[in-house]
Design a protein around this ligand. Structure first.
Ligand code: BMA
Length: 311
């Protein structure tokens, strides 16, 4: 490849702290979904105390977004809200007529588990029970049932041995039948990797964007892509050998956490353009696009499924 597959929108970054009417440290890592003829982002907003909230931002063209100044409120009992000192890394999934947001819910002492809420209008949000035990993150819900059950990816907190699992549920609340997703990780993502946005259905398989980390003298977060079997998504049918976006621009290199591009939101347009929204340096939001067929092909031409690894 001459350069990475994802191409930046020339007007990047598309959202910065200046897009909120009060003091904000950073706005980044948005979930993304199409809502009727609108584009919705659900970014992570870090306020002037560094508390993390989710907001709603809307757009007519997928490029120019207006951010609601009020954070999303997910009412609930005190003993649950204690888990949500911070909310971040949301994935938005359109499923059976509603929109589900899965997010990292973090206590003051940095224990993270997955929260989930449901909305049909992006104005009111209904809390659902916590869907993981503590020390879990990177949860992306599939946009449809697979083999009659709801499905999701999730990963324990961190570290070289943090395996991403596929799990299933009859009701979106009780999860089980965990299976590992085995990728070739001894490459640009050798330190750790995790799921990016909600899986995207294509006629050739599920397209899954991932993030990966290489640690040398410092960490660098990059984006990659894999194709997964439609009926058994922990079966990898191809992995793009190279990263598809790496920090290069000033706003990706310099910020709250330098050298980071991280995505948990993407939208596939009917014309085949894939819009990938990403947090840049944990500070602002960028947009990068590609033709989805090019990305699918790069995965299918790439690394073939690894041997079964036991776990
Ligand atoms: C990950 C996530 C992201 C963040 C990234 C880089 O662990 O928590 O929110 O962008 O680290 O700091």
């Amino acid at each position: 490849m001459k350069s990475e597959l994802l191409k930046r929108y020339p007007g990047n970054p598309i959202l910065t702290h200046e897009d909120l009417p009060y003091n904000v440290n950073a706005i980044y890592n948005p979930g993304a979904v199409k809502f009727g003829d609108k584009y919705v982002l659900v970014p992570r907003v870090e306020d002037g105390k560094r508390d993390n909230y989710l907001h709603v931002a809307m757009s007519d063209d997928g490029i120019h977004f207006k951010v609601n100044p009020e954070p999303i409120e997910i009412p609930g009992p005190e003993e649950e809200l204690i888990w949500e000192k911070h909310k971040y890394d949301p994935r938005v999934t359109h499923l059976e007529g509603a929109y589900y947001i899965t997010y990292c819910a973090q206590t003051m002492t940095e224990t993270t588990r997955m929260g989930m809420c449901r909305t049909t209008d992006f104005k009111t949000f209904e809390r659902m029970p916590f869907i993981t035990s503590p020390w879990s993150r990177n949860c992306a819900l599939f946009p449809e049932k697979i083999g009659g059950r709801y499905a999701r990816f999730e990963r324990p907190m961190s570290g070289k041995d943090a395996i991403t699992f596929l799990s299933y549920s009859p009701d979106l609340i009780h999860w089980g039948d965990w299976k590992p997703l085995n990728l070739q990780s001894e490459t640009w993502m050798r330190e750790k990797w995790g799921i990016g946005p909600t899986p995207i259905k294509t006629d050739k398989g599920w397209l899954q964007i991932i993030h990966g980390v290489w640690f040398a003298c410092n960490v660098v977060y990059r984006l990659g892509a894999v194709m997964l079997d439609l009926e058994d998504p922990c079966k990898v049918i191809g992995q793009c050998p190279e990263f598809i976006l790496t920090p290069r621009e000033y706003y990706e290199r310099v910020g709250e956490v330098p050298n980071v591009v991280f995505s948990n939101g993407a939208i596939l347009e009917p014309c085949g353009e894939l819009k990938v929204y990403y947090g840049a340096a944990d500070t602002c939001i960028g947009l990068a696009t590609c033709d989805v067929d090019d990305l699918i092909q790069a995965c299918l031409d790439g690394i073939k499924p690894p041997e079964i690894i036991s776990y």
